[in-house]
Design a protein around this ligand. Sequence first.
Ligand SMILES: Nc1nc2c(ncn2[C@@H]2O[C@H](COP(=O)(O)OP(=O)(O)OP(=O)(O)O)[C@@H](O)[C@H]2O)c(=O)[nH]1
Length: 589
Amino acid sequence: METKSSTSLPAKKLRQPIVCVLGHVDHGKTTLLDIIRGTAVANKEPGGITQRIAATTVDINKILKATEKLNNKGMKIPGLLFIDTPGHVAFSNMRARGGALADIAVLVIDINEGIMPQTVESIDILKKFKTPFIIAANKIDLIPFFTDVKTNLFTEFIRKQRQEYVNELDARIYNIVNKLYEYGLNSDRFDRISDFTKTIAIVPVSAKKNIGVPEILMVLAGLAQRFLESEIEYKDINGHATIIEVRREESAGIALDAVLYQGTISVGDTVAVNTKTGPVTTKVKALFVNTGKSQRSLKEVETVSAAEGIRVLISDKLDVISGSPLIVVKGNMEQVMKEIEEASKVDIPLDENGIYVKAEAIGSLEAISYELNKQGIKIRAAAVGDITKRDVMDVQTLQDPLNRIIIGFNVSILPEAKDAIESSDVGVITGDIIYKIVEDTQKWIEERKKQLSQKRKEAMPVPAKIRILPQYIFRASKPVIVGIRVETGQIKVGDNLIRSDGKYAGTIKSIRNDEVSVRYQDAPAEVAVAIDNVTLNRQIFPDDVLYVDIPESVVKELRKAPMEKEIMDTLEEIIKIKRKENPFWGTKV
Ligand SMILES: Nc1nc2c(ncn2[C@@H]2O[C@H](COP(=O)(O)OP(=O)(O)OP(=O)(O)O)[C@@H](O)[C@H]2O)c(=O)[nH]1
């Protein structure tokens, strides 16, 4: 028998773990969330959901009741707080303590469709934030041989299914398990897991038929209190919240819908928030929370403790940035301001040669940038906000035509920017689905590369740099035939070559790419070329770097109609070579 000694620590007071639901479009995030929150009915009423604030509590008593037939002993959490906006973009926009606001997540996967692009994006984001998650394998009612059973428990439901159904279900689960393994994740059906720290739990559910929700609650609660105890310990400190939505209400002024994730907030408190012009303080005029009973009305309160969805009426008309923190100031102004600035920093690797990205909030800016980077697309600048005329004008002046593109994720194009776009060669791609934007951007870049190459063919010589590949020497003279790598620019039949000391290095007689004779070849590529008027190991050598000779007469023109950055860099290298002999080379018209 366990006896409590007088020295044992008092049990930690836990706050509700904050839960976010993520997943691919149409896999059932909203339906599942509705069932869990018990808001399915309210949601169908017009405007029903709009009256609610940011997050919904599922009380521990409700959880205990739903899971009473399962082994639900020892639940210490006061409930679960579900963020009302599902999706990985919302998830990454909601920050707290330099990480994600949500302590834990439910990744919804349509069991019949498996892993889809937004499932992968969700996994990427969950990994990045190190957020523990479980998988709701949804739509199990669409699996062949399904028999409707009047129960909400998956555990009971599965016992009453035919063997054919059980096999079909397992086959689908193993599909998911195998696919997740490719992403470096170990997973299994929740009732076959012994160590939840090492294996991600897959809970089969039907949101539509309300099967498996008790198990979802059970696994979530167990996971949270076992592995997140330090994170979800309630601390009696100044209130910390994350703003989810900023409402500008004519009569009441500015209302901030937020999730209070730590400490306490009261009417009359001074709070710090981030605005478009930097962090400022204001006062709490009024506070509201969701009422437990009706889904449609709010309750005015004097004070609230974490974790809770709150609406904060503030006393000043401020341009508050959503996704940013709201922190109660209690004689620690400097530290609070620092915390707010820290939370507003954007963490995106930038490159001076890259594209421009805009998004509605810092989190989504990072999410889209991460996915673009993953595809090798570099980013020059990233900012929060709609696409303005100024953005278009700035991008228009960039040297490299491949950088003249603006990506807008969940933002609008302002009217005057639209005119500017029409009268420029700036490409604009907007949307609200990350993988579509990434695909469209790749297409745009390919298309522009083609156009540029086409233009080059029609016009003047293009600066290019090639390297002879010593392992592909086919003939040493009359003509030299060697394999080369076109490193930058474009070579064409008839181009004269020079060495890096400026000496003549022959003329390209022919180009073969994969057994096919071509007149032009763009970088990057490896091709065979025949070079006239030189002998290998006399004027040119294996491993030599050679350049296409550019007539002085076209230098100015090339600079006026700039091409991709790497080609312009090659032009500069050629100019340097030429200037060793003639310091004024390329300065004349
Ligand atoms: N048969 C079946 N249909 C389901 C189930 N869950 C959701 N659906 C249906 O799937 C469709 C998409 O469900 P949603 O809940 O809107 O999916 P979502 O992931 O929130 O979609 P977005 O908000 O568009 O990203 C709807 O038609 C639902 O009725 C389920 O368990 N079984």
